[in-house]
Write a protein that binds this ligand. Structure first.
Ligand SMILES: Nc1ccn([C@@H]2O[C@H](COP(=O)(O)OP(=O)(O)OP(=O)(O)O)[C@@H](O)[C@H]2O)c(=O)n1
Ligand SMILES: C[C@](O)(CO)[C@H](O)COP(=O)(O)O
Length: 232
């Protein structure tokens, strides 16, 4: 009988949103009559394959307990960390007593509220028997330039070889946990989860995702996210 694996959602949501220049962490800004994080989590919970979604929350976060979704039985919480990778590792460690080594984990930014159920399920369908795992990503349709410290162009990059990483990023539980732990032990700071796997010599697979799966990062992104949600 083929071994059945569980699928876990991991949502790093312990950032402060400095670049957003808002009066609160960006995951708690209003978007389509909910907060950004409620939009994100509602969409992840629509993916029935996910056993649970572990949300990494800052210890200074006073907003989270006020949200109805925080009481959802498929939502668990873990302590956020100094960097995004620390928050992801903390969430992974929090399910050490219930996740099997070969369970799949899908790490998705709380700040990406326009994710669709279909894109998450597409990622799972494409990677469920892949030896490493992989990520949703976007091809580059603009010409890409390398620059020096003065922002002077030094080279034009072959854009056919450059993809923009999105989330979810999907890896086996033990493999990602060990990779992030080694990176943390060595002081390596990474901006995504695939980087930790690459540092282990692995080659995660790219799965083309939707262009509206933007990360809310700067003030103008909120209106764009609103527009995308209205179009979906
Ligand atoms: N120590 C951190 C930093 C970030 N994140 C989360 O990782 C995701 C992507 O990070 P980013 O967009 O950089 O969010 P912030 O760190 O909040 O943004 P900024 O860098 O502008 O402060 C976000 O959902 C954020 O909440 C986290 O869980 N723990
Ligand atoms: C994980 C990520 O969203 C993939 O593009 C991105 O690396 C997060 O970067 P941030 O600086 O933490 O927003």
């Amino acid at each position: 009988m083929s071994e059945t694996h569980k699928y876990w959602g991991i949502v790093p949501a312990a950032g402060v949103g400095k670049r957003m220049q808002a009066d609160r962490p960006k995951q708690y800004l209003e978007l389509n009559s909910q907060t950004v994080i409620e939009q994100t989590l509602t969409r992840l919970l629509d993916v029935e394959l996910l056993t649970a979604v572990i949300v990494a929350i800052s210890k200074e976060d006073s907003y989270w307990p006020e949200l109805k979704i925080s009481k959802n039985p498929r939502i668990l919480t873990a302590a956020g960390g100094k960097e995004r990778a620390d928050s992801v590792l903390s969430a992974l460690n929090s399910i050490a007593d219930r996740a099997a080594d070969n369970d799949w984990v899908l790490v998705h930014d709380a700040a990406r509220p326009c994710i669709t159920q279909s894109d998450v399920e597409h990622l799972i369908n494409e990677l469920h028997d892949h030896p490493v795992g992989g990520i949703l990503a976007l091809a580059s349709h603009d010409t890409l330039k390398s620059v020096n410290a003065d922002l002077a162009i030094t080279d034009t990059v072959n854009r056919n070889k450059i993809w923009r990483a999105l989330t979810p990023q999907m890896f086996r539980y033990r493999a990602l946990k060990d990779a992030l732990q080694e990176a943390a032990d060595k002081g390596w700071v990474m901006t995504d989860d695939a980087s930790a796997m690459e540092l282990q010599g692995k080659q995660p697979k790219i799965i083309a995702g939707r262009a509206d799966n933007l990360k809310i990062t700067r003030p103008e992104d909120l209106a764009l996210a609103q527009f995308f949600l209205e179009q979906q």
